[in-house]
Design a protein around this ligand. Structure first.
Ligand SMILES: Cc1cc2nc3c(=O)[nH]c(=O)nc-3n(C[C@H](O)[C@H](O)[C@H](O)COP(=O)(O)O)c2cc1C
Length: 193
């Protein structure tokens, strides 16, 4: 079965991110056409990128990198749950993405974002550029949440039925593309590419 990781995008101690990621995970788990896992970047305690070689060479020296690599490698697709920090994604998520390279390749991704003034859409636009370099196929449907109207007191997430259907549509596409791309990752095709 296709495996999709729902990846958190904030490590702040008072983050709202985990609530959003948990919601996406609980809703995703109701589906029977893919297996989902919540992957919390905070649990990997990644420092600022500290590998001597570029991840392109996949010669990792640190246990935290090896653990992160093994986790991310195991999935066919990803849902990034991102806040908007200064019109982009968070440094913590960018750093976690930068740690790896081939692990992301030829897979699909979707986004759930949130923010105060544009519902995190600028963060997602930046993530889409990053996905291009990593050869990740990012789907058009996304969930964009307002910190002002979808979070009580800017802290407690109150999802609506509309958000649920947006999430459903986005997941549908991530599963379709993750399935389609799987054939590209067979050892035979990888050797030919
Ligand atoms: C460093 C920083 C920069 C921010 N920049 C933006 C921004 O550019 N646009 C926006 O809509 N919200 C911005 N915010 C507000 C965040 O979206 C809001 O604090 C949100 O709760 C952060 O996600 P988190 O709680 O999961 O870490 C910023 C917050 C921080 C901490």
């Amino acid at each position: 079965m296709i495996k999709i990781a729902i990846i958190t995008g904030s490590t702040r101690p008072t983050r709202v991110n985990k609530q959003v990621a948990q919601w996406a995970y609980e809703k995703a788990k109701e589906r029977s056409d893919a297996a989902f896992e919540l992957v919390d970047i905070a649990e990997y305690e990644l420092p600022l990128l500290d590998e001597p070689l570029s991840p392109f060479f996949k010669q990792y020296t640190h246990e935290h990198t090896k653990r992160w690599s093994e986790k991310i490698e195991a999935f066919d697709g990803y849902v990034f749950v991102t806040p908007e920090y200064n019109h982009s994604t968070s440094g913590a998520l960018k750093n976690a993405i930068d740690f790896l390279y081939h692990e992301w390749e030829n897979k699909a991704a979707g986004f759930v974002s949130y923010g105060g003034s544009s519902n995190g859409t600028r963060a997602v636009e930046h993530l889409r550029l990053i996905m291009g370099e990593l050869m990740v196929a990012d789907v058009r449907p996304q969930v964009a949440l307002s910190l002002i109207s979808n979070f009580e007191g800017y802290t407690t997430f109150r999802p609506t039925a509309d958000h649920e259907s947006q999430l459903y549509i986005m997941l549908e596409q991530v599963i379709l593309w993750s399935t389609a791309l799987k054939s590209l990752r067979s050892p035979k095709v990888e050797k030919a590419l």
